[in-house]
Design a protein around this ligand. Structure first.
Ligand code: SIN
Length: 286
C-alpha cells in the first residue's frame, strides 16, 4: 500500500528504510503515526535524518509508538530515567552492546522497540548493522523450522562476551538496584504479535541453551543459528550523522554496532518501548 504522508526509501534488500517528509520535533498526526507504524512493521528498522530533537521532544516522539521503559543496568539521564546514554569515549576500546543481539531478551517481557538518536558521531565508522530474523527463520529448511518451532531457549544477562560490552558504563553509570543476573525462557521462534510472522529469536549475546538441554548439547545448533541469522544478505548497515534516528522492531530484528573508530567519541541517546511476553503460537491459535 502506498504512503500518502511520508516517503519511504529502502536501503537494502533484507530490511531497513529511510523515512523522509516528517518533522519528528512536532506532534505527529494520527495518519502520519499510522503510516510510520506500517512502514516500521514492513521494514523492521526505520531511519530518520536531521532530527536533532531535545530530550522532551525525543521522549514525546517515542511515546507516540509505545511506553518507554527503564534499562535494567545503566542509569538514565538526569530528569529522564528512561533515556540512556550509549557512548564510547576517546580512550575506550569496547563499544556498548558491541555484539549481535536483540535488546534485553533475558527479561520476561523484552522491549518491543528501541530508538537511538545520534548526538556525537566519529569522523568515520561507528555504523550499526541490523539483521532480519523473519528471513533468518524463513531461509531455514522445513525440517529445521519444525524442530525449532517446538523448542524454548534460556536467555541470560550474564554471558561474558556481553557483560564486557557494558563494563565501562557500569563503572560510571550503573543503577543502584542492578541485579547479578536476569534469566528468562522464551520460544526459540516467536510469532510476531502484530504481523503474525515467525521470527528466529535466539541471539549470541543472551541465549545460553535450549530448555531441557545442557549448554554442551545446545551449542552445535545454536552456533549454526548464530552464523545463519546474520548472513550478509539478511542485513543492512546504517551510517550515522548527528541528528539521525533509528527505530527498530526488537521482536524480529537484531543489531550490532561496529567498533571501528578507536580514539573518537560516539554518543547516542536510547529509549526502549515496553513489549509483551514472546509467544511461539499465533494470536488466532491461542
Ligand atoms: C545498542 O542499543 O545495543 C547500541 C546500538 C548502537 O550503539 O548502535
Amino acid at each position: 500500500m502506498a504512503y500518502r504522508h511520508i516517503e519511504v526509501r529502502r536501503i537494502a534488500g533484507a530490511l531497513g528504510a529511510e523515512v523522509h517528509g516528517v518533522d519528528l520535533a512536532r506532534p505527529l498526526s494520527a495518519e502520519v503515526t499510522d503510516e510510520i507504524r506500517r512502514a516500521w512493521l514492513d521494514h523492521l528498522v526505520l531511519f530518520f535524518r536531521d532530527q536533532p530533537l531535545d530530550l522532551p521532544a525525543y521522549m514525546a516522539f517515542a511515546q507516540q509508538f509505545g511506553e518507554p521503559v527503564e534499562y535494567p543496568f545503566v542509569r538514565g539521564l538526569e530528569g529522564y530515567p528512561k533515556i540512556i546514554e550509549i557512548k564510547k569515549l576517546e580512550h575506550e576500546r569496547v563499544n556498548f552492546g558491541g555484539i549481535w543481539h536483540a535488546d534485553t531478551t533475558y527479561q520476561d517481557k523484552p522491549p518491543m522497540a528501541t530508538t537511538l538518536l545520534a548526538r556525537e558521531v566519529p569522523p568515520y565508522g561507528g555504523d550499526t548493522l541490523f539483521a532480519n530474523q523473519y528471513l533468518a527463520y524463513e531461509t531455514l529448511s522445513p525440517g529445521l523450522q519444525r524442530l525449532l518451532d517446538g523448542l524454548h531457549a534460556v536467555y541470560s544477562s550474564a554471558k561474558a562476551d556481553t557483560t564486557k560490552t557494558r563494563e565501562d558504563r557500569m563503572q560510571d553509570s550503573a543503577r543502584d538496584d542492578v541485579r547479578e543476573e536476569y534469566l528468562a525462557e522464551h520460544p526459540a521462534v516467536r510469532v510476531h504479535p502484530e504481523t503474525g510472522r515467525k521470527a528466529l529469536y535466539v541471539n549470541v549475546a543472551h541465549t545460553v541453551r535450549f530448555r531441557d538441554m545442557t549448554e554442551e548439547e545446545s551449542r552445535p545448533l545454536l552456533e549454526y543459528l548464530y552464523a545463519h541469522q546474520i548472513r550478509p544478505e539478511l542485513t543492512c548497515r546504517f551510517s550515522w550523522r548527528v541528528g539521525s534516528i533509528a527505530f527498530w522492531d526488537n521482536r524480529c530484528a537484531q543489531h550490532n554496532p561496529v567498533n571501528d573508530y578507536h580514539g573518537f567519541r560516539r554518543v547516542m541517546h536510547r529509549i526502549t518501548l515496553a513489549g509483551d511476553r514472546p509467544s511461539g503460537i499465533s494470536a488466532a491459535a491461542r
